[in-house]
Design a protein around this ligand. Structure first.
Ligand code: C2O
Ligand code: CU
Ligand code: CU
Length: 528
């Protein structure tokens, strides 16, 4: 791969317009009450984008092109680096925003069904958060206007229509949203050609190179859909020619249900520098980084001193499938049983090659990773209000549930009401369900990033789970936390200051669509 190709692959260096002009003003959104149906003249954006969801084609496998659904975008106003088209990919454009920017996004729906966009990890006013009740129909437009308040980090966007999120994401609808700020800039982390973005997604194809989905029926839904190949930015097992210098990798697990345990093939430590919510206080040296669906990690890879010609692979290391897919459908705690039950699927925990790096040339590099990355952590320990709120994750009557409840568009239970800007401890308890049905669930909360306080697990039967847990880092800010079977995870959450209806759910997208999702209502005035 030539340097130019590498840059293309990373989505750097190609600007703007895959979309062409968009049909604006094609109608008012449904449920117009609380939402702007038109741009507000009083809102003066620093950045304005057109984003369109529609059918398209992508070259993924050799031979026929694959029909996909995808986001395309166009920069209407703002710095040219704001929008990067990811080349040779179905992924939506990578959006690069800065903290403090005011952003307007004119989103138009050219799909044959309803959709809405959610900005995963961002603290948003209610009307901008992409709640499924805000979906817009085919041919309609939705205008997002918001200020970027999050700190620097690797975030992403994807659709959020109820019962259709998994399908739409699977067909290709997702993109990265990278935020920069002053604290991060001062570190001079590797950037440009030294910054590599990797969106990991597993897929299955038929003989004509078309995506297949839920071929395993019920079982695929209960467990979450697993593909048989992993794509990186929409390409299978790409190879990267790099230099003898330091690289910043931004990794997103954009898969519907697969959990990766990422390692370097030669045993090099994973130097983790960031999590879902941005930079860690200090770099962490891990043997592995476990990434559940929805989660991100930033890793520094220093190739200084490597021999030209050497190669290195990013892999997902093996772990016992039963630790995350345990005891499903009355089959007992059979190891890997679930994987075997769906034809063609590669089970969770199967060893996978993600991409290969080849050291292609010598280049001098003076980059030194600072021992202190961020001071943002200093303020996180706040006093929670009231006793911990218990949220059980369970399986009953053929459904994945939160506190025994399924999703209902507008329903909020009394204990799902929280005061704006308040802090609580939520205790996520992963219980064994009917016939022992129990799985690992990545639980995601909309709104500001939170912290993981503790993990407790039932003693015994633990040695296998430890293989997955080894890669879980709870040191940073996060918006999605993996709760292993039998585990109780305590998180400390400070809720958004914006009042309104927000979501928490499992980020195994089939679970989310099946109703393992609930609203919570934030009460009180903004800024109060
Ligand atoms: Cu990334 Cu509510 O989802
Ligand atoms: Cu989210
Ligand atoms: Cu789940």
């Amino acid at each position: 791969m030539k340097r130019r190709d590498v840059m293309r692959w990373m989505g750097i260096g190609t600007l703007a317009s895959a979309a062409g002009r968009l049909p604006f003003g094609s109608g008012a959104p449904v449920l117009a009450q609380s939402r702007p149906s038109a741009a507000r003249p009083s809102f003066v954006p620093d950045v304005e984008l057109a984003l369109r969801a529609g059918p398209g084609e992508a070259r993924i496998l050799p031979g026929a092109a694959t029909q996909v659904w995808r986001f395309t975008g166009e920069l209407l106003k703002g710095p040219p680096e704001t929008l990067h088209v990811v080349p040779d990919s179905y992924l939506g454009p990578t959006l690069r925003l800065r903290k403090g920017q005011k952003v307007r996004i004119r989103f138009s729906n050219a799909l044959p069904e309803s959709t809405i966009v959610h900005w995963h990890g961002l603290d948003m006013p209610e009307a901008m958060d992409g709640h499924p009740r805000l979906v817009i129909g085919p041919g309609k437009e939705f205008i997002y206007e918001f200020e970027v308040v999050n700190r620097a980090g690797t975030y992403w966007y994807h659709p959020h229509p109820h019962e259709r999120t998994a399908t739409q994401v699977y067909r290709g609808m997702a993109g990265l949203l990278l935020i920069a700020d002053e604290e991060e800039r001062a570190l001079s982390l590797p950037s440009g050609a030294e910054e590599i973005v990797c969106v990991l997604q597993d897929r299955r194809f038929d003989a004509r190179n078309q995506l297949t989905y839920l071929a395993g029926g019920m079982m695929d839904q209960m467990r979450g859909f697993l593909g048989d190949r992993v794509l990186v930015n929409g390409q299978e097992r790409p190879s990267l020619a790099l230099a003898t210098r330091a690289y910043r990798l931004r990794l997103l697990n954009g898969s519907n249900a697969r959990i990766y345990k990422l390692v370097w093939s030669d045993g090099t430590a994973m130097t983790m520098i960031g999590s879902d919510g941005g930079l860690l206080q200090r770099p962490l040296q891990r043997t592995a980084v476990t990434l559940a669906p929805g989660q991100r990690a930033e890793v520094l890879l220093d190739l200084t001193g490597r021999a030209v010609g050497a190669s290195l692979e990013l892999r997902s290391a093996p772990y016992p499938a039963a630790t995350v897919d345990a005891a499903a459908m009355g089959m007992g705690r059979g190891r890997g049983m679930m994987g075997g039950m769906v034809q063609g699927a590669v089970p969770n925990g199967a060893p996978l090659s993600i991409f290969t790096i080849r050291v292609a040339r010598r280049e001098a590099s003076t980059f030194r990773l600072p021992s202190r990355l961020s001071t943002f952590d200093a303020s996180w320990e706040k006093t929670p209000i009231g006793p911990p709120r218990r949220v059980t994750l369970s399986f009953q009557s053929g459904q994945w549930l939160l506190n025994g409840r399924t999703f209902d568009m507008m329903d909020v239970a009394p204990e799902e009401t929280v005061a704006a800007g308040s802090t609580q401890i939520w205790e996520l308890v992963n219980l064994p369900g009917m016939m022992g049905m129990q799985m690992a669930h990545p639980i995601h909360l909309h709104g500001p990033q939170f912290r993981v306080l503790s993990r407790q697990h039932t003693a015994g039967a633990d040695a296998d789970a430890a293989i997955v847990r080894e890669g879980i880092a709870d040191e940073g800010w996060t918006d999605t936390v993996l709760v292993m079977p039998g585990e109780t995870v305590r998180i400390l959450v400070t809720f958004t200051r914006h009042p309104g209806l927000y979501l928490y759910h499992c980020h195994i997208l089939e679970h989310e669509d099946m109703g393992m999702m609930r609203n919570f209502r934030v009460t009180g005035a903004a800024g109060a």
